[in-house]
Ligand binder design. Sequence first.
Ligand code: MGD
Ligand code: SF4
Length: 736
Amino acid sequence: EAAHVEKWIKGVCRYCGAGCGVYVGVDKGKIVAVQGDKDNWNKGFLCVKGYYLPPILYAADRAKYPMLKKGDKFVRISWKEAMDLMTEKFADSIKKHGVHSVAFYGSGQAYTEESYFMNKLFKGGLGTNNIDGNPRLCMASAAVGYVSSFGKDEPMGAYDDIYHSDCFFIIGSNMAECHPVIFRLINERKQKGKDVKIIMVDPRKTLSARIADLHMSFIPGTDLVILHAMAHVIVKEGLYSKDYVNNHVVFKTIKDDKPAKVSFEEYVKFLEEYTPEMAEKISHCPKDDIIKAARWFAQSKATMSFWTMGLNQRTRGVWANNLVHNLHLLTGQICRPGATSFSLTGQPNACGGIRDTGLLSHLLPYGRLVANEKDRKDMEKFWGVPEGRIHPKPGPTAVDIFRAFNKGEIKCLWIACTNPGQSLPNVGPYRKGMESKDTFLVVSEAYHPTRTSELADLVLPAALWVEKDGTYGQSERRYQYLEKAVNPPAEARPDLDVMIEFSHKLFAKLGRADEAKRLFNFKNSEDVWNEIRQCSKGTAYDFMGMTRARLKKAHGIQWPCPTEDHPGTVRRYTSRYGDVLVKKFDPHATDVSFYGAKADGNKAAVWLRPYKGPAEPPDAEYPYILTTGRQIEHWHTGTMTLKVPELKRSAPDAFVEINPRDAQKLGIKSRDKVKITSRRGSIVLEAKVVDVPRDGLVFVPMHYPERLINLLTTDAYDAMSKQPEFKICAVKIEKA
Ligand code: MGD
Ligand code: SF4
């Protein structure tokens, strides 16, 4: 029976980085329905998570009041007591131990205004780079991959490219479950387009692989050799574009710890050893499949790549990203409709909120870097803080913030909109640190208890999703505004309100009340948004044209969008297809210009990245590989989706996927209890014997709070992006 609805309010789905447009139906002050926005890119379609959004607001365990831990129990306190205590603790720590004794850990799900504000408070106000967020676990390798290959972060293409593509190269992404509505577009294209090819490179035969024309399975962690071998074939068979390479590409390697340019010939020489035969030997992916994939990739009219965590959550995550870009650059399959190198984003605001605003410990807003003196000066001037305020050294990244918290080097930590007590890799030791009585942990949460809030000293109840207003920026550089539709429960407040209040109270305690009045003079998220627009002005991001009024009306706008009459940019780095910044940054360009890579003459980089395997390959003692990830029904740590009865019924509990061959060897049947052990921990789960993972590989979903799979995963991370290798660690398996 359809619910009665008083009014429909435009918004965006709360979950994945696809960013489906929605309308929420409000009746008597409650959200009673959700429907897809037909005028947005998703054409009215949503996945099962999107349709079942309303119940998450009304779960019994919503956090309603500030709660303080006393002994082993949480007691309700007032907001005034909470803010007084929190600012006292932070101010005290700063006075006694300096600004680097406090930190903030944020989220790619917070609104852009919230993240921008916290970044300004920490880097510009306090002068510490002790601020990072969960996109470090998620998109950091993609971000560093784009910057190192093209000079600036974020994809150049758009979902619109799907309609024009003839070959989809999907690697390390289970789109059918993790980005279902984007996957729907690919399905549609496959059904309508003649000879559309889908190549799926994945060690699991996932739901996504079902529509593949070619499924390339391989030993996890060896895909770098596959990508090089494809380049080998492309070069050897003359399938690369000489014009493109001559006009738009430089070749780079690392010499003496520094990037250095090399010639095309040196690149060809580097590729020599990566024959399809060699790749097969290392990866166990058949050489004929590699050759076929290389030919399809190079020879299709337009090839589009997609990837997510299979490439990003790896100790060679940045390199893997570079190697996908290499294939596009070599073949000229880029910056044309249908031809693009497109990283799918995990979270709804990892792009807009974290990568663009620069809420990572090495970044400053809109493409600027902490380590770059000019960028620091730029931001100091813009924020109106004294020269030298921004600390020149990048701060600790996600895992290292928690390491420092364990050691007591960081004494006060504020976590908002993320659940690291469940989601951090090798979470066991970090949980101990979070629980410690020697440090002060504040958690802003929409629910309580969670696996993080249970460890906190102070829990601040947060308004969730459309209980507050703000901006999301999603996978295809699309910014969308979410209007407030209903009030939060009881005393829950929008995080931004709390952040603003915190900044004034903290600065007052530091004797800097006047400075706070100047720096943090924001009444609401629109005020912050207007400063954000100014901050992006003149950069490669320029979204001066995205006024709040325009965003309210539009169904998303893609940056760059420098003026109010500018329609937004579907494809970047090409003037022919509408990027007006090409002319601005590279006036002599006739069409394509990678203007973010000024130092390389506006050319993109093909990288020579030698093959290296994962941090913890299987061995005699731990002979299996454990990989982890998502299911279609659930979102991350399950705080929201596990509250929806329909989703919980459909996917009630964790399991371990084992293929029939391994199961037989181990004497395991479906539903048997199985113990999985890594060097860091063990867990007992029900077995699900299915022909999905390849031989020697098992898969466990990350969603279930009672089954902390991250007690087992490794916190080894990529040297460049500092993103941990959630996707690969060695385990042993036995019947429990
Ligand atoms: P979420 O469940 O998304 O997980 O991990 P987390 O970010 O830790 O946590 C978001 C939290 O914010 C929820 O608890 C929710 O209740 C709360 N919340 C929702 N809205 C609001 C709000 O407006 N304000 C506040 N204050 N709180 C709010 C995700 C992380 O997990 C990521 S990004 C990745 S990519 C990693 N993936 C991954 C994996 O693939 N495998 C394994 N094993 N672990 C993983 N961990 C990582
Ligand atoms: Fe929400 Fe992503 Fe599903 Fe779209 S695909 S409805 S954004 S979870």
